[in-house]
Design a protein around this ligand. Structure first.
Ligand SMILES: Nc1ncnc2c1ncn2[C@@H]1O[C@H](COP(=O)(O)OP(=O)(O)OP(=O)(O)O)[C@@H](O)[C@H]1O
Ligand SMILES: [Mn+2]
Length: 500
């Protein structure tokens, strides 16, 4: 009933198959200073705290005036090439390569049974073993604080697998909107979400966020953004053109799903599946004539192997059209949350704030719950699942998403430093996002985020940093930034940064 989008609205002829952007061969714009970010001009090894300090003072990498991207770039390919080298420099930066302590046994989500007594090396070996299919390597690499490591030698293979492996079955999954669980010949599984709206279409202003559509490109872009923010809390997601007939209709074992297929007046193959929202003929998804854009996300380990706990967000929106949630009206709301378990201990509050920042950047209002792995208790990262309602609007920001940061005035130091890095021209968030998304196979069909969405990321990042600054300016009891900045990098003070 609300803002029906139907077949008629999908511009059948609008998909132009433009060739893939050529990978950059010209490296003259490479900011080589970053490759050796851990050595200064005289070749001295810097300690990590030196590096952190220089980011803080905004003098880390010299301003590269030659890198002239964006609006003035005459040539898009050149702009993309420079974006790719920015992305590489970002991922090479010490803030993304913080030395970590060896991961103890109990901090791996899954253990492989082995005759040899399981120790750290065994598991490492197992998670990178060539004998395991990519999805199993992904599962074996999940630990207490992240879904995958950085750098991840497995990632290229993982995403390639998702984008190309044969789909042998497709079945219904839970949830409110149409989505399917797809299986691969090696028993891997992925969560499928179809394209429902054009990239440049903005969410209708009169639509409540809880009736917004899920977007396949939002799932994909969220994975890239989460990784660029250095979180690594979203399972790998790729885009793929799926053949509605051979890869869904012909292989599904779900009779009810199979019965929802039909051919549209213009000859496209469509289906609408089964779900509680938007699963009707009017909301069918259609191939062109059989190719359908979709996102595929790696499935997490089955709940029988790794159960998860669901937490209600303290800043959950009221999912009613007439009621406002308590956090909207009580400016002191956070002081109560801070005293309440699990937010009163460990890193849960700053982990939550990390998620809030991700959501504000991509304008996701739908984070009513989040999940953690049961095994790790309260000391673990938060899974950032279900991002389909992000990136709905670029022309407007949603300040209320940032309320927890405004109200709690607390942020992880490492997050804050990375956000500052991403606000510098030589690592600009929009440029590294554009570059990162260009690796996705669907980029060939159309850029996964339109330019206005990319520009919105920079604008919102500025807002996040301004919010932190305002927090720091607030008079505090203890004085100093200690109250605002949660120092999660203190343990690194005397460590030497890893060699490039
Ligand atoms: N990659 C994944 N691997 C395993 N389980 C997943 C994955 N992504 C999502 N899920 C699970 O599937 C459930 C439904 O997915 P999702 O939230 O994306 O759909 P939804 O239709 O928006 O559901 P809801 O309306 O309940 O939020 C999630 O609550 C989550 O537990
Ligand atoms: Mn949802």
């Amino acid at each position: 009933k609300e803002a029906p989008k139907n077949l008629a609205r999908i511009n059948y002829t609008s998909v132009g198959m433009s060739g893939p952007a050529e990978p950059p061969t010209d490296t003259t714009h490479r900011d080589s200073s970053n490759k050796d970010a851990n050595k200064d001009a005289k070749g001295h090894v810097q300690t990590l705290s030196d590096v952190l300090l220089s980011v803080k003072e905004g003098k880390n990498a010299p301003m590269n005036t030659q890198v002239n991207v964006g609006r003035h770039a005459a040539n898009q390919a050149e702009s993309l090439a420079s974006g790719l080298s920015k992305l590489e420099a970002l991922f090479d930066h010490p803030l993304y390569n913080m030395p970590s302590l060896p991961i103890p046994d109990e901090d791996w989500l899954l253990k492989v049974k082995s005759k040899v007594k399981a120790n750290h090396e065994d598991i490492q070996w197992n998670s990178s073993s060539n004998s395991h299919p990519p999805w199993l390597r992904f599962h074996l690499g999940i630990s207490r604080w992240q879904l995958y490591p950085h750098p991840d030698p497995n990632m290229e293979l993982l995403t390639q697998h998702l984008a190309t492996h044969r789909i042998v079955s497709a079945g219904k999954s839970g949830g409110t909107q149409l989505k399917l669980v797809m299986s691969f010949p090696n028993y891997g599984q992925a969560m499928f979400k179809p394209m429902k709206q054009e990239r440049d279409e903005e969410t209708n202003y009169n639509l409540y966020y809880f009736s917004d559509f899920e977007r396949h490109n939002a799932e994909i872009a969220a994975f890239h953004l989460d990784r660029i923010l250095g979180y690594r809390r979203i399972p790998p997601v790729v885009g793929r053109l799926v053949d509605v007939v051979t890869e869904i209709k012909d292989v599904t074992t779900d009779r009810k799903l199979a019965r929802t297929f039909f051919t549209s007046p213009v000859g496209s193959v469509c289906f609408y599946g089964q779900c509680s929202y938007y699963c009707s003929t009017e909301h069918a998804v259609c191939g062109r004539p059989r190719d359908l854009e979709a996102s595929l996300a790696f499935m997490l380990p089955d709940l029988s192997l790794a159960s998860r706990r669901t937490w209600r967000s303290p800043w959950r929106r009221s999912y009613s059209r007439s009621k406002l949630a308590k956090w909207r009206t009580d400016p002191d709301y956070c002081s109560t949350v801070k005293k309440t378990s699990p937010y009163n201990k460990g890193t849960r509050l700053v982990d939550f704030i990390d998620m809030v920042i991700l959501d504000f950047l991509m304008s996701n209002m739908d984070r009513h719950h989040y999940e953690t792995f049961e095994k790790f208790g309260n000391n673990t990262f938060l899974l950032h699942l279900d991002n389909g309602r992000a990136f709905g609007r670029h022309s407007k920001d949603e300040p209320s998403i940032l309320a927890p940061l405004q109200q709690c005035c607390r942020i992880r130091r490492s997050t804050w430093l990375r956000l500052r890095l991403l606000s510098l021209p030589q690592y600009r968030l929009s440029d590294v996002m554009r570059a990162s998304l260009s690796h996705d196979t669907l980029h060939r069909v159309a850029p996964l985020l339109s330019e206005p969405h990319l520009a919105a990321l920079d604008r919102r990042l500025k807002t996040v940093l301004e919010t932190v600054s305002r927090c720091q300016e607030r008079p505090s009891k203890d004085g100093g930034e200690g109250e605002v900045i949660y120092d999660d990098t203190a343990y690194l003070k005397d460590m030497v940064t890893p060699a490039g």
